[in-house]
Design a protein around this ligand. Structure first.
Ligand code: SDX
Length: 375
């Protein structure tokens, strides 16, 4: 019998069926529950997209208002989680703090208010509370007190307020809303797959999302947008893009923000974020990052035939909105927790333990040598 070929990284392996997200890597299309991301980015809100991912359809006005109100009610961080954050050593990274806080959260949810470890209530809770967890951690490490709650703000406006301490302009808030929509789901990316594997054992929602956060932290996945900004700050001027890229490629280094396992053309999210990087740059009178990124696209495509992915332009938008670099990946989680929870709920609804196999390449039938006779 011919051996089943090993697909390293499970590349192109179809692991399950899902109706949540479709990616056409050849055409560069991304669809959430039947709706093209370009239309959602143009016309929708993050709250509406979260509803779509969880329920498989766009909400009515009343359903959207109910969800929006529910999310506002679920924003507060339990005192015990705040203390857990405060007990973390100085220098703890934001992604380590977020992973720790979400892991602790389930233990501190008030019994009567526990939204349910495997319910949509838990999903809503996690979407609502993550921004405040990140804000608590970030302000504490800067020696600042927590911000007063702002139940009047939309989800995107509240995220911007919590991560920068200020209300943004209408355009700033829209840019944040679009970024949250664009990052909400992406089929079986590594962190979503980690969440589904955890859920497939019938573990709880908080454990599944803790798994996902751990996976997202990796620079080959969620951590790339922060490294893109490090690269831009190192390059500084457009005339230095070419030599710096050539040096990195000569050392066989990856250029963060480029390439993708699925997209073989430009990531449609990068196309939209490029527009917002220019738009916000023009509004703030600062096109430094946009100009550097455009030159980077030209050089990397010419040298490696690679296209930008979602992480290339997102950092420039966040930076212009006043968000610190090391909060970019936590911000990715703030959005993706909607997709993660949708996939976990889908897994619970049609459960199958995820357990692939490995091809064993070691020896067999070795004789056991007692300890005192080993060389
Ligand atoms: C995200 O899966 C998802 O959907 C993820 C995501 C989501 O929304 O959840 O889209 C978010 O993670 C976006 C990707 C962010 N990561 C980065 O920008 C890191 C840089 N990118 C690469 O590490 C890479 O492109 C990956 C990891 C994204 C994809 O890598 P693959 O599919 O495993 O491709 P590969 O490593 O087999 O590379 C194929 C070739 C290699 O050349 P050779 O060694 O064969 O000559 O392309 C080269 C690679 O060296 N290559 C790059 C490169 N990406 C691939 N060379 C330089 N810079 C790069 N960025």
């Amino acid at each position: 019998m011919t051996a089943v070929p090993v697909q390293r990284g499970l590349e192109d392996v179809v692991a399950l069926e899902s109706k949540i997200c479709f990616i056409d890597g050849k055409q560069g299309r991304l669809i959430y529950e039947g709706y093209d991301i370009r239309e959602l980015a143009e016309r929708s809100t993050f709250e509406e997209v979260a509803y779509l991912l969880w329920y498989g359809r766009l909400p009515t006005e009343a359903q959207l208002e109910e969800l929006t109100e529910r999310l506002r009610q679920l924003r507060a961080v339990p005192e015990g989680v705040i203390e857990t954050l405060h007990d973390l050593p100085t220098g703890t990274t934001p992604m380590d703090a977020l992973r720790t806080a979400v892991s602790a959260l389930a233990s501190f949810e008030p019994e009567e208010g526990r939204p349910g470890a495997t319910s949509i209530g838990g999903a809503q809770r996690l979407v609502a509370v993550l921004p405040a967890i990140i804000s608590e951690f970030d302000r504490r490490r800067r020696g600042r007190s927590a911000l007063p709650e702002r139940p009047d703000l939309s989800h995107a406006a509240n995220v911007l307020y919590l991560l920068t301490g200020r209300e943004g302009s209408e355009m700033d808030v829209r840019a944040m809303d679009v970024a949250l929509i664009l990052h909400a789901d992406h089929e079986l990316n590594a962190s979503t797959f980690a969440a589904r594997v955890t859920a497939s054992t019938l573990s709880d929602l908080y454990s599944a999302i803790t798994s996902a956060i751990g996976a997202l932290k990796g620079p080959l996945h969620g951590g790339a947008n922060e490294r893109v900004m490090e690269l831009l700050r190192a390059i500084q001027t457009v005339d230095r893009v070419e030599p710096v890229v050539q040096e990195k490629l000569a050392r066989h280094e990856r250029i963060m923000g480029f390439g993708h396992r699925v997209y073989k053309v430009e990531d449609p999210r990068a196309t939209i974020l490029r527009t917002w990087s220019r738009r916000i740059g023009e509004e703030k009178g600062d096109l430094r990052w946009y100009d550097l990124l455009q030159k980077l696209c030209e050089v990397v495509h010419r040298e490696k035939g690679l296209y930008p992915n979602v992480d290339l332009f997102s950092g420039s938008v966040y930076s212009l909105l006043g968000i610190p670099d090391d909060l970019f990946t936590p911000l990715f989680a703030v959005s993706r927790v909607s997709g993660w929870t949708a996939h976990v709920l889908e897994e619970y609804a049609d459960l199958r333990l995820i357990r692939p196999t490995a091809r064993y390449t070691g020896p067999t039938d070795l004789p056991y040598v007692p300890l005192d006779r080993r060389a």
